[in-house]
Design a protein around this ligand. Structure first.
Ligand SMILES: Nc1nc2c(ncn2[C@@H]2O[C@H](COP(=O)(O)OP(=O)(O)OP(=O)(O)O)[C@@H](O)[C@H]2O)c(=O)[nH]1
Length: 898
């Protein structure tokens, strides 16, 4: 919670609300101000430097001009002096000439150590000539002179002039020698003062400039004499001599620093820049010019200027660097201000958007002691206003003690004051009923600010409810875990135990505190700890649950057998921990062991029995079988336990057994016979299925099978049965056998819709035979009668002796009734022949009752009775005949008779 929550838009917000043009101008102003200031500073500085350099330049230039001028003056004075000396030489000649009455000649005058040498350096060997008054050359020395100068203006002037002044010509080029010369001439007078001729000397100006070294001209400096009238000039630079007739120059005589004559060549002599000055020699129309090179004249200035520029450059760099630094700092400051403003706005927005109610409170102090007695609400966000259920504007400026009842009583004032005094923030959660609306849970954060506190409040009622719910769930989960019959253990990814339930404590004998961390391993039997290592490896390799049996050992040595299951807790494909369960199987294991012993005993017993015994579960899978069963059904020595009946007995036999199996699994105890023709001999088995119910007796969980070979018993039974159905005297089927056969024949007739016949016959007057010949002869007659009857019938016919002298015959698959009647007639006839007996020959006859059957609804007894009735009718008809009729309509129809 920050200490300030601005109420109004700040400066940057105002800027943001400006129109784009003003914003652009402000930005431009901010961007340009500092660079412009730096630029102005640089311009001012460089302007000052330039001004100073310019001043220095002019000063240096002026000094250079003055220096040149001094040299030019020296040159001019030297030249003037020499020329004046030349004039004096002419004057001396004049004087001597006139003294000698015009006899002085040049040799005399110019001889070594003569008059001329007294005035002029002899080494000059100045050309000298003496002209007659008519202008003709009288004599000359050291040079060429024109032979006639009568037309020369200077000669004319001298001829006319009366004064004694010498005339000097302008510098000129002597046409013949092409040398530059100054002619100095003086009038000679004779004794009468008449014009007697002219003495003339010629001076080569080169001489003046050749005397260069005296002037101390700077290296590469120029020394020059020039004629203002002719433009002829002769100069020297170092060892080079320049002669020109086209030197053009201008002169300036004043400048800002006082008088200084400077000369400027319009056409430079060479590429070297010089500062020239001059000195006029008006008498000779000459100007002495001296020029020093700028490089040598201005060397001090150049050094000075260089220093100025270096210093100015350094200063400029400093200004630029400083300006750049200022701009950078300005940008940073600007960014910081923007960031601060933005952060302030975001903070405000965050405060308004916050899930928390935010209150900014300023301390109210008592006048007397300055003690904090209340707090004024300086700012509050929207959520805070909603919490107090008042508009925000209304809340601002109000005292919190008046806004929230019981605020002081519940100790908030003291806590706020404590936060202010200690500076330590306070965070607490509490339930309040002081605020409008429902009672609620609040989380309160109090932070000290300057002379107040900020209070951040969040409604955590729902979270508190969730926590309560979660604690309830945890308690429930704890109770469930503790009530679980399974021991539960939770371990982290390193296998360190973090939780066990009560059952785990009971199984391992360790308390929860003892089990945490790695200590729970001591509860595992030392020989089984490798199982745990294997479990961890398995889980890490496969991420699949692991199950095995594990022994736990209590501190007192008691061993508990458990079934252990461990599964990894996988989060994002990585093992985050493990959850394991321990199931106490000690009792079950004892039961299993006891069961195994019992089963072993049972197996021992049942293996000694000849009967085949097995147990099949509800899935028709063998769970037990004895040795006899295995011998009967095992294929290739493969055990049967775990295999189904279908797999064991084969598909064909299973189809036969399936109905019985289903009946047994439906809860029926049943017994049936099963014939086995799979071997070379046909064997019969008696099979008994006894269902096994679960403990409650409600559902069938399987059935017991008892199977024994009854082939021998069955054969004996059949033999006895057969014996019981045979008449001992005649070997024919007796009454019981006949009734069985009759029953079978009637069923076949019905099934096949075929007709059959039943004959009931009796020997006529048999009693007299017994009476006459004795009972044994009677028996013999019965035997022979039976044999003759058997002979007369087909093998497929059934012939029986019901008793006494009564016989019955079953004829099946009759095509017509007539066939049976013909058979009856044939029997009657056959029996009429005498019977040759051992003791006597006896003649008897027989009577037959014949009836037919083809699916009618009559019983065997009724059918037989019907034949008996027809026999009676045959007897009544006088015997030795037969009577035939259908079984039902016989009473109403007239029976056929032989
Ligand atoms: N020898 C001998 N006689 C028998 C046997 N069983 C019954 N009898 C006699 O057979 C005689 C049967 O006589 P009946 O059929 O009643 O009389 P019948 O003389 O044949 O007279 P009708 O049948 O009316 O022609 C009786 O006298 C019986 O005692 C027997 O197994 N052996």
């Amino acid at each position: 919670m920050e200490t300030a929550l601005p109420q109004k838009p700040q400066g940057d917000q105002l800027i943001r609300s400006d129109n784009p043009v003003r914003r652009f101008l402000r930005k431009t102003y901010r961007a340009v101000l500092l660079p412009a200031f730096a630029l102005g500073l640089l311009l001012s500085m460089w302007g000052a430097v330039a001004y100073q350099v310019r001043q220095e330049y002019h000063s240096a230039r002026h000094e250079a001009v003055l220096h040149s001028q001094t040299l030019a003056r020296t040159l001019a004075e030297h030249t003037s002096h020499l020329l004046r000396q030349t004039e004096h030489a002419t004057q001396l000649f004049k004087l001597k000439y006139e003294e000698t009455g015009g006899t002085l000649r040049l040799p005399e005058f110019t001889r070594k150590g003569g008059l001329l040498d007294s005035l002029m350096p002899s080494r000059l060997e100045l050309p000298i000539a003496l002209y007659l008054p008519d202008g003709k050359l009288l004599e000359s020395r050291n040079g060429f002179f024109s032979p006639d100068i009568s037309a020369d203006p200077m000669f004319k002037i001298l001829g006319l002039a009366l004064d004694d002044a010498a005339l000097a010509s302008n510098p000129m080029v002597e046409p013949k020698t092409k040398k530059w010369q100054i002619q100095i001439a003086r009038r000679l007078n004779d004794a009468k003062g008449q014009f007697a001729g002219v003495i003339m000397l010629m001076v080569d100006p080169a001489y003046f400039v050749e005397d260069y070294d005296r002037l101390h001209v700077e290296p590469n400096g120029l020394v020059m004499l020039t004629s203002r009238d002719t433009g002829l000039a002769i100069g020297r630079i170092e060892e080079h001599l320049y002669i020109s007739d086209a030197i053009d120059f201008t002169t300036t005589s004043t400048d800002a620093y006082g008088s200084a004559d400077e000369l400027t060549l319009k056409q430079p002599l060479d590429g070297v820049e010089r500062i020239y000055s001059y000195r006029d020699m008006p008498r000779y129309s000459l100007t002495a010019v001296v020029g020093n090179t700028v490089s040598s004249s201005m060397v001090r200035f150049e050094n000075q200027r260089r220093i100025y520029f270096v210093l100015a450059t350094l200063a400029s760099m400093l200004v630029c660097a400083f300006a750049a630094l200022l701009m950078q700092q300005s940008r940073r400051l600007r960014r910081s201000m923007l960031a601060a403003t933005e952060a302030q706005q975001k903070l405000r927005a965050a405060a308004d958007a916050s899930l928390d109610a935010v209150f900014l409170l300023k301390a109210c102090r008592s006048h007397a002691r300055g003690e904090v007695v209340d707090f004024t609400l300086v700012d509050v966000n929207e959520r805070g206003a909603r919490m107090l259920e008042l508009p925000r504007d209304t809340l601002l400026g109000q005292r919190i003690g008046e806004l929230v009842p019981n605020w002081r009583k519940e100790g908030f004032l003291d806590r706020y004051r404590a936060v202010m005094e200690t500076g330590q923030p306070l965070e607490e959660e509490f339930e309040t009923r002081n605020l409008p609306g429902e009672p609620r849970w609040l989380r309160h954060q109090i932070v000290a600010i300057d002379d107040g506190v900020t209070v951040t409040t969040r409604n955590i009622t729902s979270r508190k409810r969730d926590e309560l719910k979660m604690r309830q769930n945890q308690a429930e989960l704890q109770a469930v875990n503790d009530a679980s019959p399974l021991g539960l253990i939770r371990a982290d990814a390193n296998g360190h135990c973090t939780y066990v339930n009560r059952t785990f404590e009971a199984i391992t004998g360790l308390t929860r505190e003892q089990a945490l961390g790695d200590a729970w391993m001591v509860g595992v039997h030392p020989n089984d700890r490798e199982v745990l290592s294997a479990a961890i490896r398995h889980l890490r390799d496969t991420l699949q649950p692991f199950q095995d049996t594990l022994r736990c050992v209590h501190p007192d040595g008691k061993v508990v057998w458990t079934s252990m299951k461990v599964a990894p807790i996988i989060i994002d494909g990585r093992i985050d921990g493990f959850v394991g369960t321990l199931d106490d199987i000690t009792l079950m294991r004892k039961s299993v062991m006891a069961l195994r012993e019992s089963e072993a005993r049972l197996r021992t017993i049942t293996d000694t029995l000849p009967a085949m015994i097995a147990y099949v579960d509800e899935d028709e899978v063998y769970r037990f079988n004895n040795l006899a069963y295995e011998r009967e059904f095992s294929q290739s020595g493969v055990g049967m336990v775990g295999r189904t009946i279908r797999e064991t007995v084969g598909e064909e036999r299973y189809q036969y057994l399936q109905p019985y199996v289903q009946r047994a699994l439906a809860g029926e105890t049943l017994s049936f016979e099963e014939d086995d023709e799979s071997h070379s001999i046909v064997r019969s088995f008696e099979v008994i299925y006894i269902p096994q119910f679960d403990e409650g007796g409600y559902s069938v969980v399987g059935f017991h099978v008892m199977r024994q070979d009854i082939t021998a018993q069955k054969r004996e039974k059949q033999r006895l049965l057969k014996l019981s159905q045979i008449d001992a005297l005649t070997g024919l089927t007796n009454r019981a056998g006949f009734l069985q056969e009759l029953n079978n024949a009637m069923a076949a007739s019905r099934d096949n819709n075929t007709m059959m016949a039943v004959m009931y016959m009796d020997i006529d007057r048999f009693k007299p035979v017994n009476d006459t010949y004795g009972h044994s002869v009677g028996d013999s007659l019965l035997k022979v009668f039976s044999a003759r009857l058997t002979h007369a019938m087909r093998a497929s016919d059934t012939i029986a002796r019901l008793g006494g002298d009564e016989f019955t015959i079953i004829v099946e698959r009759l095509a017509r009734t007539e066939d049976a009647e013909n058979l009856a007639a044939k029997i009657v006839t056959t029996m009429q022949a005498p019977f040759e007996l051992d003791a006597a020959t006896v003649s008897v006859s027989t009577s037959i009752g014949l009836t037919f059957y083809q699916g009618e609804e009559v019983t065997p007894a009724e059918l037989l009775n019907r034949a008996d009735m027809l026999l009676y009718q045959a007897k009544q008809a006088g015997r030795n005949t037969y009577r035939a009729a259908p079984v039902l309509s016989a009473l109403h129809a007239t029976p056929n008779a032989a």
